[in-house]
Ligand binder design. Structure first.
Ligand code: DOR
Ligand code: ZN
Length: 351
């Protein structure tokens, strides 16, 4: 019988999909990600959204100012993105590239938190997508249609037909990340694409199916978008993440919302996983008997797809039960991490 591993050392990972917010919320959540990851792709859905290179540079400065001056986390690198709108000018793409912005994010208008300024019809962005393809910027996609006629649980699958397939046909050289995939259809679609298409997968979509939203009552902290799906989809995501395919990689989609705003009659979408992001992935890979596949998923496949160097340095996870706090400070408010008060089996060793 194989012995149970008690520790796991991997190359320092990156988070290829992260919400850091701004102001006091940024100050509260940034240290968790900086302690775990070398870099993170920072989502631009602030209020107002980050739509210009100048705004991205200013936001980057605010993030860097929130890092410790020395020691663990001080070398964390935020990788900036712009929020694509119907009116993003092709010239903004060159300015973005010059400013070190690596990607633009497509939010279908109304699909999720702070997406009102998103794209109403992808054809309106075609000149900008052409510029991105030319300049080598990536397109990051929130892959859900917003058509109210389409059942909420089917919106990702329908997005593949209505948006991804035409997009891939019209911009074959554009690198596209299908973000936070949640379905068997998306996993199969990305697997069947060529090397210009990849996907991120969150820890919560690897760990939970939609039952988690309703165990013993309505559980707002498990509500995110795209929403958790049924078990067959979770299994397909685990299979994709642990398959060894280089086109699936870590994107936590940690999306902090104050506890008081989650626990009310209308609750915003987002799971706050940053305090235990890597540990939650380790739980999922361990449950699948695939801890040996975690390093490529967390530390190699992302930088390889983005054409960035892999990180130097390593992090070590220990098999050591610990309990996530019930709440954490969040500016003047508090926030509940996903799995608050629950025990995890893996713990990241402090650097
Ligand atoms: O659950 C989500 N939360 N999904 C998103 O697409 C946005 C995010 C947020 O910003 O809170
Ligand atoms: Zn997100």
């Amino acid at each position: 019988m194989a012995s149970i591993p008690t520790s796991l050392t991997i190359t320092r990972p990156d988070d290829w999909h992260l919400h850091l917010r701004d102001g006091a919320a940024l100050a509260a959540v940034l240290p968790y990600s900086a302690a775990q990851f070398g870099r993170a792709i920072v989502m631009p859905n602030l209020k107002p959204p980050i739509t210009t290179a100048a705004q991205a540079l200013a936001y980057r400065d605010r993030i860097l100012a929130g890092l410790p001056e020395a020691g663990p986390g001080s070398d964390f690198q935020p990788l900036m993105t712009l929020y694509l709108t119907d009116s993003t000018a092709p010239d903004e793409v060159s300015a973005a590239r010059a400013a070190g912005v690596v990607a633009l994010k497509l939010y279908p208008a109304g699909a999720t938190t702070n997406s009102d300024a998103g794209v109403t019809d992808i054809r309106k962005t075609y000149r900008t997508l052409e510029a991105m393809q030319r300049e080598g910027l990536l397109l990051l996609v929130h892959g859900e249609v917003t058509d109210p006629e389409v059942d909420l649980f089917d919106r990702e699958a329908v997005f593949i037909e209505r948006v991804m397939q035409p997009l891939r046909r019209d911009f074959p050289e554009l690198k596209v990340v299908f973000e936070h995939i949640t379905t068997l259809q998306a996993a199969q679609y990305v697997s069947a694409c060529d090397a210009h298409t990849a996907a991120t997968i969150t820890a919560h979509h690897l760990l939970f199916n939609r039952n988690a939203l309703f165990v013993g009552g309505l559980r707002p902290h498990y509500y995110c978008l795209p929403v958790l799906k049924r078990e067959a989809h979770r299994l397909a995501l685990v299979q994709a993440a642990t398959s060894g395919s280089a086109r699936f990689f870590l994107g936590s989609d940690s999306a902090p919302h104050a506890a008081a705003l989650k626990e009310q009659s209308v609750c915003g979408a987002g799971c706050f996983t940053a305090p235990a992001a890597l540990e939650l992935y380790a739980e999922a890979f361990d449950a699948a008997g695939a801890l040996d596949k975690l390093e490529a998923f967390a530390s190699f496949n992302g930088p390889d797809f983005y054409s960035l160097p892999r990180n130097h340095g390593q992090v070590r996870l220990h098999r050591e039960p610990w309990t996530l706090p019930e709440t954490l400070p969040f500016g003047d408010a508090t926030i509940k991490p996903l799995c608050a008060g629950e025990t995890l089996n893996w713990r990241l060793q402090a650097a």
